[in-house]
Design a binder for this molecule. Sequence first.
Ligand SMILES: Cc1cc2nc3c(=O)[nH]c(=O)nc-3n(C[C@H](O)[C@H](O)[C@H](O)COP(=O)(O)O)c2cc1C
Length: 326
Amino acid sequence: MYPSSRFSIAPMLDWTDRHCRYFHRLMTSETLLYTEMITTGAIIHGKGDFLAYNEEEHPVALQLGGSNPQDLATCAKLAQERGYDQINLNVGCPSDRVQNGRFGACLMAEPQLVAECVSAMKSVVDVPVTVKTRIGIDDFDSYEFLTDFVSIISEQAGCEDFTIHARKAWLSGLSPKENREIPPLDYPRAYQLKKDFPHLNISVNGGVKTLEETIEHLKHLDGVMVGREAYQNPYILAEVDQLIYGLDKPVKKRTQIVEEMYPYIERQLSNGAYLGHMTRHMLGLFQNMPGARQWRRHISENAHKPGSGIEVVEAALAKIPKELNV
Ligand SMILES: Cc1cc2nc3c(=O)[nH]c(=O)nc-3n(C[C@H](O)[C@H](O)[C@H](O)COP(=O)(O)O)c2cc1C
């Protein structure tokens, strides 16, 4: 199956933009990268190019937010034309704004509509159309509720690939952030789903912090999607190709990764991008290393200043003791 979703980085609004994805790609050639959720409204009516990405990002999946089958089909087609490797539908976001638009996690209550959406997209593209969802919403949190949902979408729409954020969402009362922390994780439910739907590609998401945990989950499932830890502690990505995909290649050092960002940063700056929009994704690279705090502080205090250039990153890198050789 291409692209491989054995390991993927979760869609994260405001975080996994194209600068972030370029940076992550420097550490792992195999990981499937997701865009932030982009709404059909933004793509169809918005000003600006919401589908822009760097060629280096492949394999890259576009995550769509929406619930109008025709609009989703229009966007999926545009995305395929632009070269995206996969189209993913968001059925997991619990924010009020998204609920008002009648998409995201509340769609778990409308499996027929989700099936229509997926069918409409699949009828116009050849790339995989996949679904990211929760294990339940509000009081609809039985295992049967989840299996009914997956049965309908897979049987009626032919969707073969589901990513399960292994906690339910409360649609009222909890903020999106609380909805990523408070409902308990239930990995066995995702494992059971794979047992009951062995022909489907099932990935798990939620709370995974290490590659050791990833390898454990992969004994039961087809894929693991990591969100916050990949963003906040990105160096865990440096060994994904070796440990998860079995590739025989050297593990890059952190300093090498920073230096490999330089040509990209220069290019983007000359196209009018702001330094801080790129460096903000790199703040966690030296997590738990001597000099990490100074690295972060130098970037945070300087990258947003008008006219800031690559020298800010070079000076921040100089805060990491050379003898560490990291
Ligand atoms: C800042 C932020 C933004 C997010 N935006 C999205 C999004 O656009 N689409 C989506 O499906 N999930 C979104 N999520 C949820 C993540 O994709 C993921 O399901 C969740 O963080 C649990 O995985 P983790 O514990 O590995 O972080 C977001 C999470 C965070 C922290």
